[in-house]
Design a protein around this ligand. Sequence first.
Ligand code: BGC
Length: 539
Amino acid sequence: MEDLLWYKNAVFYEIYVRAFADGNGDGKGDFAGLTSKLDYLVALGVDCLWIMPMYPSPLLDDGYDISDYTHIHPDYGSMQDFKTFLTAAHDRGLKVIVDLVLNHTSDQHPWFQAARRDAKSPYRDYYVWSDTDRKYSEARIIFVDIEKSNWSWDDAAGEYYWHRFYASQPDLNYDNPSVQEEMRNVVKFWLDLGIDGFRADAVPYLFEREGTNCENLPETHAYLKRLRHFIDIYYPGRILLCEANQWPEDVRPYFGEGDEFHMGFHFPIMPRIFMALRRGDRSPLVWITGRTPPIPESCQWCTFLRNHDELTLEMVTPEERQWMWQEYAPEPRMRLNLGIRRRLAPLLDNDRRKIELANSHLFTLPGSPVIYYGDEIGMGDNVWLRDRDGVRTPMQWEASPGAGFSSVDPGQFYLPLIDAKPYGPEKVNVVGQLSDEGSFLNTIRRMIAVHKQNAALGWGDFGWVEAGDPAVAAYCRGCGEGERILVVNNLSGKPIQMPLSGLGARRLVDLFDSTLEIETEKEPVLVLEPYAYRWLRLV
Ligand code: BGC
């Protein structure tokens, strides 16, 4: 029987199709290229691919500005190419979820074009119009570096229209039942094609109400619940993953009673992994796990270290944000909006120990881990590129000048390859790391494998374990009866001896190497090298 709760202990992998592999030699990644790389993803061990928007779009927000919801962007190939990809992925046991942008369309979408030209068009009311730009003044601006208001004037319409993101992304009007139905039909279209679910983009902002900050409104939850109900009836086993960059108590309602989203990103824990690591102190993690409410049994968090956006610092205090900027984005170019536009490896000084340690948290804290393409080989970034392009550069497959990304001259790539030492393809690439048993890529493969073999990491409870030193993040997964795993992370650059006496008489078996065993009665102390981590089964 199909496992309807497959996502509870799955490992996700986020793919930007344009960046992954170019199948037709035009310098831009496409579905043919991605299909040719599926065996790599199978060997990596991931379970589910998350495909960033692949729809027709003027690409002013890399496809999050959709001008047609039911076709494929010509750069990425044809609908047939997409179907071929999907079948090939399914044949290999991989699930596929795609981005679903509910909140807004591109201003090039025919609905908006019709709406702005004709006040009597049925599409006028698909968007949110006003003759003043002072409504909903309590709603924050998200892209603060670029946008000064959530309202933009449209000459053709003679009115202002509402947008939570770029002005080229007018918000849909969810008070209009036709909009609700159109988007449900989009959901149906892709589920009928066979995809396994959606990463639902920017869901807190669907409705607007005066006197509120226009986020997480009851009307928004009611609509999302109806969408979920529709999926449950006709497409059981397909999932909705919630992108709500909010505090845990505000994300909690998106799970409902197990009748809204199956999954939700845990945004606030992400910067705290970086904080804990830099401070050599587990307190930020203790604080945020303590603030995270339980979720229904059928639901799951998604954890991540980096993604295609800036490392957002919205879910921290202003003081913490300053500190994070100072520590992780010392140069102004590294900052964007309220975040940091850098990749994982450069953020962690390209220090293998720290990068592994961050991943140790990713794979063992509650939630299903999401890997951002390229981070599994330690790719670098390019802060000289615009917006978030610096973390969306071509995947580095091999050491050749084109990095194996495309057959065309690299000068014609959609974005330049990373060339800054030591992150260029001659050093950082898939082929080289696959053939090196000790490579970072092979470590990530082992982490994925261990994660999948140990249901407690997906299903288990979570509890902190006293470690004697605040620099040690030690916790237990699956703390009840049955399988119990002790995870120990040394957040500091100093060696630490962690007393094991609190565990009683136990045998601890290393999950990476079962020949490594500790008898607590004989060895009452665990010696942790700087930035070391251990994943241990309690027997
Ligand atoms: C996506 C961004 C995008 C924004 C607007 C997000 O939250 O992750 O990449 O710019 O939604 O669609």
